[in-house]
Write a protein that binds this ligand. Structure first.
Ligand code: NDP
Length: 365
């Protein structure tokens, strides 16, 4: 990270540096550390929030999760040599303090001081965005390679993304068969899973997304009952009434702003709203007012924010739930995999422009 950001993250807020001595990092005996080669990195909207100054008004998410993941620290780089080409500036850095951004990643163990992890194991957990990392073995999940799924799934459906969809939908929304469910950002990482979990529960499921291609995916791949492109709807309230004429029992909130306002008017009495995220609001200076919030009172709506990390103890239960559906192909999972560490900044900021279709993953090795 070059500097703290104001407003939406941009590619130019990030830089890629080569630290020549990084490869010489060795695992110190007795340190419970492991040296890993990073393979896949997860691109997540919260990472943009971590690019803001920690005590600036809109970085509550960063503050809340600091115990697990620190807010990013802008690097102070002494550039000794730069080489520029069309897509990024590569800085060769010596003796400079550079703290990479970090997130969920899948890695291969190269060397380990912890008897629980051996060379050749695959793990997932929080890693810095770099090719090799020395990480604490605490908080590392060993990947069972006998489960026949791509390793990249451990950045998403088989890690935090999946747990988010599971905990938010089942724990916060308490769904019942036949209920009407609406999901925003439905073609994204979390949304595609919530929609399919709701279908598996026997619910009627509608999703919104930002392009025709995404709407087609919702209807024809993920099995949503109905879907609309919110960018082409002049009146969101009318679109919701068209797709859900009887009203909404459960809203899985990913975007906030105008969508939330329109959904509130269409919620049924005793409806539930899981506030998973509000991507439309994270980087605007003045939050949009929610005019219809008072309906929460007279419709007795339960509206609850949550963080996936709060439910980490449910992770084994989640795997027991999701793996049979994946094996039996009753659940599909779409990833948008971009290759090359140099393409990481564009992949990450693309989340805020709807460029990803499905889970955005960065493959670096
Ligand atoms: P996605 O894969 O859904 O990617 C983000 C998507 O959001 C984009 O593709 C875009 O889709 C949509 N979007 C971007 N900007 C806007 C906007 N201004 N208005 C409406 N939609 C927009 O990301 P995730 O599935 O990883 O995350 C979804 C939400 O869940 C986010 O709000 C995120 O912060 C939250 N989250 C919360 C967690 C928790 O623990 N509570 C954990 C993980 C995620 P489109 O083309 O449809 O506009």
């Amino acid at each position: 990270l070059k500097h703290y950001i104001n407003g939406f993250p941009e590619e130019s807020d990030l830089m890629i540096v080569t630290a020549p001595d990084a490869m010489e990092v060795k695992v110190k005996p007795g340190s419970s550390t492991i040296l890993v080669k990073n393979l896949f990195l997860s691109c997540d909207p919260y990472m943009g929030t971590f690019m803001r100054e920690p005590d600036s008004g809109s970085s509550e998410v960063a503050v809340e999760t600091l115990s697990l993941l620190d807010a990013f620290i802008p690097g102070k780089v002494t550039t000794l040599h730069t080489q520029t080409n069309t897509w990024f500036q590569l800085a060769i850095v010596v003796n400079a303090f550079v703290q990479p951004i970090a997130g969920v990643g899948v890695s291969e163990v190269i060397d380990s001081d912890d008897p629980c992890f051996a060379k050749g194991d695959f793990v997932w957990g929080i890693v810095d965005w770099e090719e090799y990392s020395t990480v604490n073995s605490f908080g590392r999940f060993k990947i069972d390679i006998s489960i026949n799924v791509p390793l990249s799934y451990y950045t998403g459906i088989l890690s935090v993304t999946g747990l988010t969809a599971y905990a938010g939908f089942f724990e916060i929304c308490s769904p019942k068969k036949g209920e009407a469910v609406f999901v925003s950002a439905a073609a994204g990482a979390v949304g595609q899973l919530v929609g399919q979990f709701a279908k598996l529960m026997g619910c009627y499921v509608v999703g919104s997304a930002g392009s025709k291609q995404k709407v087609d995916l919702l209807l024809n791949k993920f099995g949503f009952d109905d879907a609309f492109n919110y960018k082409e709807e002049p009146d969101l309230d009318a679109a919701l009434k068209r797709s859900l004429p009887q009203g909404i029992d459960i809203y899985f909130e990913n975007v906030g702003g105008k969508m939330l306002d329109s959904v509130l008017m269409n919620m049924k009495v005793h409806g539930r709203i899981a506030v998973c995220g509000m991507i439309s609001q994270y980087h605007i200076e003045t939050q949009e007012g929610i005019k219809n919030l008072p309906v929460v009172v007279y419709k007795r709506i339960k509206m609850q924010g949550f963080l996936a990390f709060d439910f980490i103890d449910r992770f084994p239960k989640y795997l027991e739930f999701v793996l049979p559906y994946l094996n039996e192909r009753k659940l599909v999972y779409v990833e948008d995999i971009v290759e090359g560490v140099e393409n990481g900044p564009a992949a990450l900021v693309g989340l805020f422009h709807g460029q990803n279709i499905g889970k955005q993953v960065l493959k670096i090795a």
